[in-house]
Design a protein around this ligand. Structure first.
Ligand code: SF4
Ligand code: SF4
Length: 110
């Protein structure tokens, strides 16, 4: 079922009041990291591996622009976290979290 623009907007803004404690957030990141397939992606880089960075959908862009070339593609669509949460965006390592990208999409429409 397709949802209306208004419902999409409401889903966006109602996400914001959800404030997690640092330990809750750390727990979610740890669990998602276990399932994250970024290290198998051709876009993933050694600098991210050295920093133990992945799960960019939740933590945001790679540190210090470690990953910048998107041309090899994004494998996020194949990830169980992606499918479970219902993400729609991609290239989280270069473009930021799902939420950041959605907010930007809304702002760019204005
Ligand atoms: S959706 Fe992408 S960034 Fe998020 S855990 Fe899966 S592979 Fe990693
Ligand atoms: S976020 Fe997407 S493009 Fe970036 S490393 Fe993970 S699977 Fe690859």
């Amino acid at each position: 079922m397709d949802i209306t623009k208004f419902e999409k907007y409401m889903a966006l803004i109602t996400d914001h009041p959800l404030v997690l404690s640092p330990s809750e957030r750390a727990g979610i990141i740890m669990a998602r990291k276990d399932y994250c397939i970024c290290p198998t992606c051709p876009t993933y880089r050694e600098c991210a591996e050295k920093a133990d960075d992945r799960c960019f959908c939740t933590i945001g862009k790679s540190r210090e622009g470690c990953i910048s070339d998107e041309s090899p593609g994004c494998k996020c669509h194949q990830c169980v976290v992606y499918q479970d949460v219902g993400f729609q965006k991609e290239f989280f390592c270069t473009r930021g979290t799902e939420q950041q990208q959605r907010v930007l999409s809304v702002l760019e429409m204005r």
